[in-house]
Design a protein around this ligand. Structure first.
Ligand code: PMP
Length: 291
């Protein structure tokens, strides 16, 4: 398998793909990105990912030099050239090459990169036995700073939270907002299940509106469950019947313990397992064919 990486109109091998050290994506984290998956030759929810990319860019005055359709073509062509049917795709648009000052007006052309490769965030047993997590003091950035809806290249909040979890021996964390309401993980959204109802934090609390989150809400409703976008605290999480995380890279991860409180029975819950099975089935049949 030879991974082909798209950089500004050309495809390169993994070792040859390069961007400038004067790129403001590198110097300042000035840019936006998407993480997308392909399953069995189909790109999962590509439209939603591209829409989110263009929205993120618009919010930070970043004009993507490719049209939406051209960008769709880049993703599909990168997969074809890399000969991948199942893949994790990273699409990056940075401010581009400028000088050492942060003024983005000195960057004439944004850099566009598309990489298709594989990713395995957690070992398989995490999906069958569930994950133990902790909450951390690092707060999700409030909506009066960089809006959490922008999938910005600066992931330091999540990275700090992730490292503080690792220092305590945990693979993932739950981040709260400044008011103490549960927001999300470092790269995934959270759901709790109480008395057969699913609840996930509302977008205005300060989360990234995940594409997987939206898919899971849809699948759960199709299976007959009530789903609510709401507001809840760690108390509600500790006393939930079930809990799980959702994200493109993580997919659906059962959470069986938080802050040393067992959630429900301490095993992945029934609804969680049902949703994992439904998700695994539907990602194979939905999606844009790679061609
Ligand atoms: N929250 C954050 C902070 C994320 O980085 C991600 C990953 N993109 C998610 C949630 C999950 O979003 P999605 O399902 O679109 O991957």
């Amino acid at each position: 398998m030879s991974i082909q990486v798209y950089v500004d109109g050309e495809w390169y091998s993994r070792d040859e793909a390069k961007v400038s050290v004067f790129d403001h994506g590198f110097l300042y984290g000035d840019g936006v990105f998407e993480g997308i998956r392909a399953y069995g030759g189909r790109v999962f929810r590509l439209t939603e990912h591209l829409d989110r990319l263009y929205d993120s860019a618009r919010a930070i005055w970043l004009e993507i030099p490719l049209s939406w359709r051209e960008m769709e073509g880049v993703v599909l062509e990168t997969l074809r050239r890399s000969n991948l049917r199942d893949a994790y795709i990273r699409l990056v648009v940075s401010r581009g090459r400028g000088d050492l000052g942060l003024d983005p007006r000195k960057c004439p052309r944004p850099t566009v990169v598309c990489i298709a490769d594989s990713i395995a965030l957690y070992p398989e047993e995490v999906y069958t036995r569930g994950m133990q997590v902790i909450s951390v003091s690092t707060r999700r950035n409030p909506p009066d700073t960089v809006w959490p809806q922008v999938k910005s290249l600066n992931y330091l909040t999540s990275i700090i939270a992730k490292i503080s979890a690792a220092t305590q021996g945990y693979p993932e964390v739950i981040m709260l907002n400044k008011e103490g309401y549960v927001c999300e993980g470092t790269g995934d959204n959270i759901f709790i299940v109480k008395k057969g109802r699913l609840i996930t934090p509302a977008v205005h609390l300060g989360i990234l509106p995940g594409i997987t989150r939206a898919a899971v809400m849809e699948y759960a409703r199709d299976l007959g469950y009530a789903v609510e976008e709401g507001t809840f605290t760690l108390y509600d999480l500790y006393t939930a019947d079930e809990c799980f995380l959702t994200g493109t890279a993580a997919e659906i991860v059962p959470v069986v313990e938080c802050d040393a409180r067992k959630i429900g029975s301490g095993q992945p819950g029934e609804i969680t397992r049902q949703l994992i099975a439904e998700f695994r089935r539907r990602v194979q049949v939905e999606g844009t064919p790679i061609g």
